[in-house]
Write a protein that binds this ligand. Structure first.
Ligand code: SF4
Length: 154
């Protein structure tokens, strides 16, 4: 059975920053028959509820910066992602929650240090690790559209 890595909030886990979920039964219906392996780097690293963070372009690359403290939170999320993919070598597909600075594949907001919006098509820290592992990665909404409108089989 093919393994799909998927944001835990899409499965109904109340792990969002505000303690809510993003349960998506239509998406999950399309994934019937796959083994779903859930992940939530932010809950693991920072607990729930928690302050939000944003992707920020810096001289050292794109970082996840706390909106409360301005702390750089990139490293714990990255370490979680690396451990996750080390432990799950046979993942065929990554589906991340749209717009998340951790899980969004090409839908996260990117700001500069002055909080100006640079892009709405940035890649979250965990999604970036999936891509670097060579795993096909989609935002949940994009995956749903592709499965509805084409013969994308996974
Ligand atoms: S989008 Fe990712 S980090 Fe945010 S709650 Fe969902 S699984 Fe956790």
């Amino acid at each position: 059975m093919k393994k799909v890595a998927i944001s835990a909030c899409l499965l109904g886990n109340k792990c969002r920053y505000d303690g809510r979920e993003n349960y998506d039964p239509k998406l999950l219906g399309l994934l019937d028959g796959y083994e779903l392996v859930s992940f939530c780097p932010e809950e693991f690293c920072f607990g729930t509820p928690r302050p939000t963070m944003d992707l920020v372009e810096t001289d050292e690359g794109i970082k996840a910066i706390s909106n409360l403290t301005n702390a750089d939170l990139t490293q714990p999320v990255k370490a979680y992602a690396q451990t996750f993919f080390d432990l799950n070598r046979d993942i065929s597909l990554f589906i991340g929650k749209d717009r998340s600075p951790s899980c969004g594949v090409k839908s996260a907001k990117l700001h500069n240090r002055e909080k100006e919006l640079l892009s709405t098509e940035a890649t979250g820290i965990m999604a970036q690790e999936a891509i670097e592992e060579g795993i096909k990665a989609y935002d949940a909404e994009e995956y749903l559209e592709l499965r509805r409108s084409s013969d994308l089989s996974i």
